[in-house]
Each structure stands twice: as C-alpha cells, then as structure tokens.
Design a protein. Structure first.
Ligand code: SF4
Length: 264
C-alpha cells in the first residue's frame, strides 16, 4: 500500500536537487498542448500516488534516472517561449505531481508572475491537504488557478484507483478547504470514470457543504484509454464505467470492457 507522504520523501530524493539555494527538479519533456484551449506544459518526473489510470507514461513518471534537472529560470523560459510562439494564455507543470519539490514550484511561480500568462497548477491535492501552509504560500500569487483532481468519490474508490491508503482521500478534500480559506483561485475535478452517478452526486453535495461555490465549480473528469492505461487497467482487473477513447469518443462500461479485453 502506498503512503503518499513517505512516497513524497522518496521521490524528492531522486526528483529534486538543491544547489546554491536553487531547487532543481527533473523534467522529462516540454511541449505545447490543446488542453485549456492551448497550454505550454513542462512534464516533471515523480508523483506521490500510483494511479492505475495515469495518463503520462508510467515509465517516465516513476523511473528515478530519467529526465534532466532543470532550474526555475530554465523552466519558465521554456514555458513562456512555447506559449508566446503559439499564442497560448496558459502555462502548467504536469506529467507528475508539481507540489513535490515545493520550493522549486514557488520559484517557478515567482518568475512566471512577470509574464502575462495564467499558471494552472494541476495537483492531486495530497500535499496541500497535509500542509495548510502550502495554500497560504500559493495565495501570494495572483496569476495562478489550482485544479485539484480528486481521485474517485470515496476512500474505498481512492484506494483502489491510486494504490494509496484510503485515509488519504480526505487530504484531497482538505486541500479544497485550505485553498478556499486562503482565497486561492481553484476548482475541484472529480475523476468519475469508476463511480456511479449517485456516488458523484453525494461527493458534490459534500463539497457544497464546504461552500456552495466549491460544489458548483466541480469539473467531471473521465480517463482516456491510452494503450498503456488499458494495459494497466487489465492488469488490475478494473473496468471504467465511462471513459474516452483516444479519438475522444465517450464510451460505456460494456464498450470499455470490450476494448480492454481485446486490445493486443
Ligand atoms: S496523481 Fe496524477 S500524475 Fe500522479 S499517478 Fe495519479 S494520475 Fe498520475
């Protein structure tokens, strides 16, 4: 069973490096992308969950010797040059969990604030839930929006999907509370591919109890059945109730079962 806090420490051993007061992080790719209508993306190495539906290549995400250490100046230069060349409005760090190596992230945000772009912080929320001070730090930046991707709709589902202990499900909800309390721009996304409609409604109602606006701003996220995601789901014997194919067709549980059973 994964302990995300312990896994954060282990990940920081190989994904972060401090030298002369600068924190470097391993990255495996810089790219443009179509999400949010166009966003410059730096794909970092390392995460503190082990989601069985993870989109980025699991090999790149988890192998400790992959990617290159990059400092905040390099990262912001690459992101802003991609965004300017392609006319994008948004920047992000993706591919792993950006709140690992938090000092590195803060330095990137400080530098990015000098540019006319919005930084989308996509996170699983675990560390922000565990450390309220992180939300307070993020509140310093006016050009960020945090998207907290909640894995499943219950502690049991969270454990099945992330391989992490179910007690950490609450940390994601706590992250929303901390961000709300510190007035950070954010919204929750629920990975709903494995949930019933009733499960989703119940979680949204719970979020509305924290604040109506939080419940109202929920994004419903369905996984994409890339080849490596199909292989992982087959290995774990899990079939999504709804998912996208790589050609963006939203398919049912039966169609997903057929696709997962028949892909060679
Ligand atoms: S939290 Fe995101 S990056 Fe980490 S394993 Fe899950 S899907 Fe992959």
């Amino acid at each position: 069973m994964v302990d995300p806090i312990e896994l954060t420490k282990a990940t920081e051993e190989y994904a972060c490096r401090r030298k002369d007061d600068i924190v470097y992080r391993r990255y495996w790719r810089f790219r443009g992308g179509k999400w949010y209508g166009g966003i410059a993306t730096a794909d970092c190495v390392g995460c503190n969950l082990r989601c069985i539906f993870c989109g980025p290549s699991l090999t790149w995400m988890r192998l400790s010797d992959k990617g290159e250490f990059r400092g905040p100046i390099y990262v912001v230069k690459r992101l802003t040059s991609i965004a300017m060349a392609r006319g994008y409005r948004y920047l992000r760090i993706s591919g792993g969990e950006p709140t690992i190596c938090f000092d590195h992230l803060l330095s990137v945000l400080e530098l990015a604030e000098k540019y006319p772009f919005t930084f989308i912080l996509e996170t699983n929320g675990i560390l922000i839930g565990a450390n309220e001070w992180m939300a307070k730090e993020l509140a310093r930046f006016k050009n960020i929006h945090v998207r907290v991707s909640i894995k499943g709709t219950s502690p049991e589902e969270f454990e099945k999907l992330t391989l992490a202990d179910r007690i950490y499900f609450r940390y994601q909800i706590d992250a929303l509370k901390h961000l709300y309390d510190h007035n950070v721009s954010f919204h929750p996304a629920i990975v709903a591919s494995f949930s019933t409609e009733q499960d989703i409604i119940e979680l949204i109602n719970e979020l509305k109890n924290i604040h109506t606006e939080i419940g109202r701003s929920v994004e419903i996220e369905y996984i994409i059945l890339y080849r490596h995601v199909i292989e992982s789901l087959r290995k774990h014997n899990v079939i999504p109730k709804k998912a996208y194919t790589t050609s963006w067709e939203l398919i049912t549980e039966e169609e997903a079962r057929h696709l997962i059973s028949n892909q060679v």
